[in-house]
Design a protein around this ligand. Structure first.
Ligand code: SF4
Length: 198
């Protein structure tokens, strides 16, 4: 019988090696990101259009388990506080979604402009900001611009290749191996707020 998320979380011995491998992928990704950031002279020091206000959805069990790993290591009081913030964000999101109003709500892990689980943050939080390209199967290469802060800081600089494709491919492979090992087949789509209260 397929395991649910609670059972999976308690199966640390089984999933830990996959998280280790993910950290290697992320380390390579971080290096490439930094190379591009250095070329542009871009640095993120927070801005009004903070990307932690963006409703990012995360699609891998890997990212969920990694966030949980960091969350469990937090002091109990902070855990409770973050969970309360997450509940509030989820409730407000549901409320605003009913009205069709688009609002930007701060990720519950952002405290005074800083991510309290920075080392454990999901992939998109690591990649955001820099112009990039992505090759989807049977589609051409898609190019996307940097964030607003990037545009302000680095406008006019010629594009340097930053290809997310190999990292997405590696993550997809690892996710599929993890799911097979854990017998987990459910679709996964959660914000960080949702992860914290699931
Ligand atoms: S996980 Fe951290 S970096 Fe990502 S949106 Fe939340 S606070 Fe920001």
């Amino acid at each position: 019988m397929p395991l649910n998320l609670e059972q999976i979380r308690s199966n640390q011995n089984k999933y830990s090696p996959f998280l280790k491998r993910m950290e290697t992928i992320w380390s390579d990704m971080g290096e490439k990101y930094q190379e591009a950031a250095d070329y542009y002279g871009f640095f993120c020091n927070g801005c009004e259009d903070n990307c932690c206000y963006t409703r990012f959805y995360h699609h891998t069990l890997l990212e969920y388990l990694f966030i949980m790993k960091g969350y469990i290591a937090l002091e109990h009081e902070i855990q409770n506080q973050a969970a309360e913030r997450a509940l509030e964000v989820c409730a407000k999101t549901a409320e605003y979604d009913k009205t069709g109003k688009i609002v930007r709500l701060l990720c519950p892990l952002n405290y005074d402009g800083l991510c309290i689980l920075y080392e454990y943050r999901p992939m998109i939080c690591r990649l955001h900001g820099i112009p990039h390209q992505l090759q989807r199967p049977n589609q051409g290469i898609m190019y996307s611009p940097g964030c607003e802060a990037f545009t302000k800081q680095c406008e006019g600089k010629a594009y340097i290749k930053f290809d997310r494709t190999p990292f997405y491919v590696e993550m997809a492979k690892l996710e599929s191996q993890l799911r097979e090992a854990l017998n987990f087949a459910q679709k996964f789509k959660m914000t960080v707020a949702r992860m914290l209260i699931f």
